[in-house]
Ligand binder design. Structure first.
Ligand SMILES: CC(C)(COP(=O)(O)OP(=O)(O)OC[C@H]1O[C@@H](n2cnc3c(N)ncnc32)[C@H](O)[C@@H]1OP(=O)(O)O)[C@@H](O)C(=O)NCCC(=O)NCCS
Length: 190
């Protein structure tokens, strides 16, 4: 999908997407501190570790997109790019105070539309995106489906969490799959 039709930020809430910046570290720290379920998203416990997490986001072939309210990061969509295979691994999280507003669904759909668009159309030129979520994290599955991902399989007993083995659902979305159809969020730096 072309990103040309994505609206510019507007309205009092000014919810938008932009690249993650080094000065987002305090907001990252706040999101990790706000909810115990952020624990598996990274090792962030203070400002120093938040800075290291942001450094990790900004290196190693990753695309890191901040979901922002009035330019302040409240959530994240990341894509670890496998350039050789023109594919990417997608991950996301939202500060607990902004959950349940469809912002993550819209952000992941918008980022994945751009990731799968050809370079000539302003996209990142990827042809396949992948993600996975634990079966006991249905909100993540709802986000994935809203962003046009299809379930491709079940990885049985993949993780050991609290002494129990937990299955993971594997999802994929191809460039040739139907567009998500979820209302996009605007790009602040379009
Ligand atoms: C998963 C997460 C990103 C969802 O963020 P969010 O901003 O609440 O997502 P959205 O509001 O866009 O959508 C949430 C969807 O999950 C649904 N949902 C929420 N809790 C649910 C539950 N217990 N069972 C079923 N669906 C649920 C909501 O109804 C909504 O679906 P809908 O839009 O069809 O109504 C957020 O909970 C989070 O950051 N969790 C911690 C990190 C994480 O787990 N990341 C994903 C790793 S795979």
């Amino acid at each position: 999908m072309s990103t040309a039709a994505v609206p510019r930020p507007s309205g009092p809430a000014r919810i938008a997407l932009r690249r993650v910046r080094a000065d987002d570290a305090p907001a990252v720290r706040a999101a990790f501190a706000a909810s115990a379920d952020m624990g598996r998203q990274g090792d962030v416990s203070d400002l120093d570790s938040a800075r290291q997490y942001v450094d990790w986001l900004l290196t190693g072939g990753r695309e890191a997109v901040a979901i922002t309210v009035a330019d302040a990061l409240v959530g994240l969509v990341g894509v670890s790019v496998d350039a050789g295979n023109r594919s990417g691994w997608v991950f996301y999280w939202m500060h607990t105070t902004h959950r349940g507003r469809s912002l993550t669904s819209r952000a992941v759909a918008t980022v994945c539309d751009r990731a799968l668009a050809p370079v000539a159309a302003g996209g990142w030129g990827l042809e396949r995106l992948e993600l996975g979520h634990r079966v006991d994290n249905p909100a993540s599955g709802a986000v994935a489906r809203a962003a046009g991902f299809l379930v491709e399989g079940r990885e049985r007993a993949k993780f050991l969490i609290g002494g129990e083995r937990v299955d993971v659902l594997a999802y994929g979305r191809l460039r040739s799959d139907p567009a998500a159809g979820t209302a996009p969020l605007p790009w602040q730096d379009a």
